[in-house]
Design a protein around this ligand. Structure first.
Ligand code: GLC
Length: 439
């Protein structure tokens, strides 16, 4: 059994830390301007202009089954969908607002179709729900709000009532957690209570748990779905830490106590979360795989994001990125599912990442750079029963304690180490993996 113990949390994370890999889906009106999901506040878009996106939102090519098929092929075991992002637009048929997809040319409950299609593929369902809302009339103008630079911003805040807004959120969360069957993850986003404006804008504050009334919100969610996994962005600690757009280089620790925690890196293919037509910072295939492998090697989960287009399909760049995972996971998923950080007794060789099955019986050596001829792994001598390449199940020969080389002057024995003998040419696999069955 793995010797790493994480801090206990209220929800059920057992399936989560087994499944390791999920799909994030950021989809909303912001797919139409197609230049970041924060476009409304970045550009201080006038309401009348943003209303045009509502008026013309028509994802006529949306086929949730096709997305689900691609997620499954990529090896993703859960998916988290933006039911409402910061713009405030609801992708579901809420009875508490008119600002919803069923009132646009889309005319359908887009969350419902997502849930049905992904569930049918055996993928677990998560809902992203933005705590921030740049449309709701009770949400006060703050440091991130699109109207913050309006000359009358202060006056606009008069009469806005965050209590009413918090109640609106509870009503919607109740709808989401009641009307769509079992929901495995609730992903609230996000708190920024330490932030405030500067100079003559110093009055612009941030928002946090008191504004969201997080305690009640969480209690409500748990009362409906007791096992649900909730992230920590309400400013009340729940189940998962969610480092965003960076890769922790070791197991994520609790910022105060230093304990190991359950964590999920959230990452994008290109930088923004919503569809961004003119973004050219797409990650390379190698990098995509390294991110997944390195995350699991550090005991975490990875959720990779797609930002579907306004017509409702995944653009070719996103499809290609998903295909990178599909091609690799088809043969190598055994080093990801049910795996975690390897025991400290095994020393990671240069340019490699190790994962180990939770039961401790299998060790996986991921070769980020392909080594020549033989590879030494310290801490493994005497512990191996059998070794093979994972992608094709072909035997990888090894010796323990002693390296077999042709010339004496290259002798590099090490009684703690195992030496693996590799083919001179890298197998046709972006990141080859050696699967080691331990005694
Ligand atoms: C954020 C951003 C956002 C994105 C999210 C995903 O904090 O505001 O647009 O939805 O994180 O992690």
């Amino acid at each position: 059994m793995s010797s790493y113990v994480t801090k206990k949390t209220p929800g059920n994370t057992a399936w989560f830390t087994h499944d390791r890999f999920g799909m994030f889906i950021h989809w909303g009106l912001y797919a139409m301007p197609a230049r970041h999901e924060w476009v409304k506040t970045r550009e201080r878009t006038p309401e009348a202009k943003y209303d045009l996106y509502f008026k013309y939102f028509n994802p006529d090519l949306y086929d949730a089954k096709e997305w689900a098929r691609q997620a499954k092929a990529a090896g993703m075991k859960y998916a988290v969908f933006t039911t409402k992002h910061h713009e405030g637009f609801c992708m579901f048929d809420s009875q508490y607002t008119d600002y919803k997809c069923t009132n646009t040319p889309a005319g359908r409950d887009l969350v419902r179709e997502f849930v049905d299609a992904f569930r049918a593929e055996g993928i677990r369902i998560g809902f992203y729900y933005s705590l921030i809302d740049w449309h709701h009339p009770d949400f006060t103008i703050d440091v991130n709000h699109p109207r913050r630079d309006d000359p009358d911003a202060k006056q606009q805040n008069e009469g806005r009532d965050m209590h009413r807004y918090a109640e609106y959120m509870r009503n919607q969360v109740r709808e989401l957690l009641t009307n769509y069957g079992k929901i495995d993850i609730m992903w609230f986003d996000f708190s920024y209570s330490q932030r405030h404006g500067e100079g003559d804008k110093a009055w612009l504050g941030g928002k946090g748990k008191n504004d969201w009334e997080s305690e009640e919100l969480i209690a409500l969610a748990r009362s409906i779905q007791p096992e649900i996994i909730i992230d920590n962005r309400t400013e009340i600690e729940q189940d998962i830490w969610t480092p965003e757009q960076f890769q922790p280089t070791d197991w994520f620790r609790h910022p105060k106590t230093g304990e190991l925690v359950t964590w999920e890196a959230c990452q994008t293919f290109s930088g923004s979360w919503g569809y961004y037509r003119d973004e050219y910072t797409w990650k390379s295939p190698e990098m995509l795989l390294r991110m997944l492998i390195s995350t699991v090697a550090n005991g975490g989960n990875l959720i990779m994001n797609v930002g579907p287009t306004a017509r409702g399909y995944l653009d070719s760049r996103a499809e290609e990125a998903l295909k990178v995972y599909a091609d690799w996971m088809k043969y190598n998923s055994r080093s990801i599912y049910g795996c975690t950080k390897a025991e400290p007794e095994f020393k990671t060789p240069t340019d490699c990442r190790l994962t180990q099955s939770e039961d401790g019986k299998r060790l996986y050596i991921h070769l980020f750079a392909y080594p020549f001829d033989n590879m030494k792994v310290e801490g493994l001598a005497g512990k191996i029963e059998y070794a093979q390449f994972l992608h094709d199940g072909s035997e990888v020969k090894f010796t323990e304690g002693k390296v077999e080389l042709l010339s004496d002057d290259k002798q590099e024995d090490d009684e703690t180490a195992a030496f693996f003998y590799l083919p001179h040419v890298k197998p046709n696999c972006l990141v080859p993996v050696i699967e080691v069955f331990l005694k």
